[in-house]
Design a binder for this molecule. Structure first.
Ligand SMILES: [Zn+2]
Length: 231
């Protein structure tokens, strides 16, 4: 466990301006601007966790985007409880689409990463109601040829990691005991250095930006632990 942490934290050396970098990223982010109402938009739902609005350049009639209010750059980096809430809200919005537009077919689109079509570096889930005229023809898989080799290669890769990953799904995560976290931190002096250099930046990593640190510190008083680890 220690070795894993040591290895993976190495990329977070430059901590001095994390908070400034994050704030400037948020300032430039169009979704953050929509959430804060700095940018005019057609918000149809907003609560303390997420915001839903009609797309400015809709792919279909009624196309809407749901985003977490906090700036998580990727859907895959968004905490599960935030994602759960976003799905709950999307379920309600789909009901509204059905009742108001009479559309019962829709696509839920979640691009993760630029190549997949993620245009804004802020996690988002999109609902696109569709009807016959608007059906997206590119999803017509029948016309594609099936590549057996590619399929086999992917399957072999999945088989290696799948049993381990699947065994942990649905298991309630036990919080890591405080003394265990302190031990991990003490064994990774880099973390203490990161905290001492920029406590606010470190806390930002441990609460929003870095999923691994988030897991380690979940539900904990970060200052208290880091002060103890410093002793
Ligand atoms: Zn944002």
């Amino acid at each position: 466990m220690t070795i894993i942490y040591k290895h993976n934290f190495s990329q977070y050396n430059k901590m001095s301006s994390i908070k400034e970098q994050f704030d400037s990223m948020k300032k430039q982010c169009p979704f953050c601007k929509i959430i804060s109402k700095e940018l005019e938009s057609n918000i149809i739902w907003q609560d303390e966790i997420c915001t839903a609005f009609l797309e400015i350049n809709p792919a279909t009639k009624g196309h809407m985007t749901i985003v977490p209010n906090e700036h998580y750059s990727l859907f895959s980096a968004t905490p599960p409880k935030v994602l759960n809430h976003m799905f709950k809200i999307s379920h309600k919005l789909i009901e509204i689409i059905k009742k108001s537009m009479g559309k019962t077919s829709y696509n839920i689109f979640i691009p993760i990463g630029q190549i997949s079509g993620q245009m804004v570096q802020h996690a988002a889930l999109q609902i696109m109601p569709v009807d016959n005229e608007e059906y997206i023809k590119e999803f017509d898989v029948d016309s594609k040829t099936f590549d057996q080799d590619k399929w086999k290669e992917s399957h072999e890769k999945f088989k290696q990691i799948y049993p381990m990953m699947i065994a942990n799904i649905g298991k309630k995560k036990e919080p890591i005991p405080e003394d265990q976290i302190i031990k991990i931190v003490k064994e990774n002096l880099q973390l203490i250095e990161m905290y001492n250099t920029d406590p606010e930046g470190f806390k930002l990593q441990a609460t929003i930006l870095n999923a691994q640190l988030r897991n380690l510190f979940e539900g904990q008083d970060i200052d208290k632990i880091m002060i103890k680890a410093n002793e």
